[in-house]
Design a protein around this ligand. Structure first.
Ligand code: CU
Length: 275
């Protein structure tokens, strides 16, 4: 079997390796191509449809969509081909204790603009993406605060595909409910013993003391998906939870169980089980 690597001129950064198999069958492997996406100048004239407090990474985020895309999804249609959704990532201003400062509107107060993330849908683009992590016809790219390609993020846009794959039922747009204007009031904060809420990218409470045999239930009330990942002797990952979904685990052995979110590793929690 002979392997040929070539660079196509139209998609300069895409390395397409073609394996020529005896008998003439061709198998092509491909990868994400963030440089297919150009910076969407003027995006801020569209709709600021959602903001996100990211307590885990101390960021404030703003999500913008073109009005045509908002009108389409609110009319029950798919996000149109050619749509660019933009997410601005700001460092949150921190207080003396290192915690994000909240404004009167409940939002973290913005510091510097560190990155501008773009997801673009274009008919046919999905064909270039490996089937195992394809997100329909969406592609992802990152830009710096001054609109230059963000080399570090663009080197691993697979992370974008991984995180947007669970909400495939909502066209891979994590914030689709926000885009539709139906985001509020869909999930209630759980209460009572053995319950952990996931809100604003924090587990609450972060530390829980329980007795052997107790069942813990985590409920996601964020618009973003989360995943409880226990770091015990053998790693356990819950299903990815969308807004309003829960996961329960019974703890039958004494010990201290640290856990993180499988999608946002900065989110940490701990369950201490005793007799
Ligand atoms: Cu998470």
């Amino acid at each position: 079997m002979q392997q040929v690597k070539k660079t196509m001129s139209k998609v300069a950064s895409a390395i397409v390796s073609v394996a020529a198999v005896a008998g003439g069958i061709l198998i092509a492997h491909s990868q994400a191509m963030p440089d297919r996406i150009t910076f969407p100048d003027g995006f801020e004239k569209g709709v600021l449809y959602q903001t996100v407090n990211r307590a885990d990474v101390k960021q404030f985020r703003e999500l913008y969509a073109p009005k045509a895309a908002v009108d389409a999804v609110r009319a029950g249609k798919d996000v149109p081909s050619g749509t660019k959704l933009v997410m601005l990532i700001y460092a949150a201003q921190l207080d003396k204790g290192g915690n994000p400062v909240k404004g009167a509107d409940g939002n973290f107060v913005k510091g510097s603009l560190t990155a501008q993330m773009v997801m673009e849908k274009r008919s046919g683009w999905g064909a270039a993406i490996p089937a195992a992590w394809r997100n329909g016809d969406w592609e992802y790219a990152a830009f710096t605060g001054d609109k230059k390609p963000h080399a570090k993020f663009n080197a691993n846009t697979k992370a974008c595909f991984d995180c947007h794959l669970p909400p495939s039922v909502q066209d891979f747009v994590i914030s689709l409910a926000g885009l539709k204007g139906t985001a509020l009031g869909a999930a209630q904060r759980p209460s009572g013993p053995g319950t952990v809420a996931i809100a604003e990218f924090l587990f609450g409470p972060e530390k829980l003391n329980v007795k052997v045999g107790q069942t813990i239930t985590w409920t996601n009330i964020d618009a973003s998906p989360h995943q409880v990942t226990l770091q015990a002797q053998s790693e356990f990952r819950s299903p990815v939870m969308l807004k309003g979904q829960s996961t329960s685990i019974q703890f039958n052995n004494e010990g201290t169980y640290g856990y993180i979110c499988g999608l946002h590793p900065g989110m940490k929690g701990e369950i201490v089980v005793s007799r």
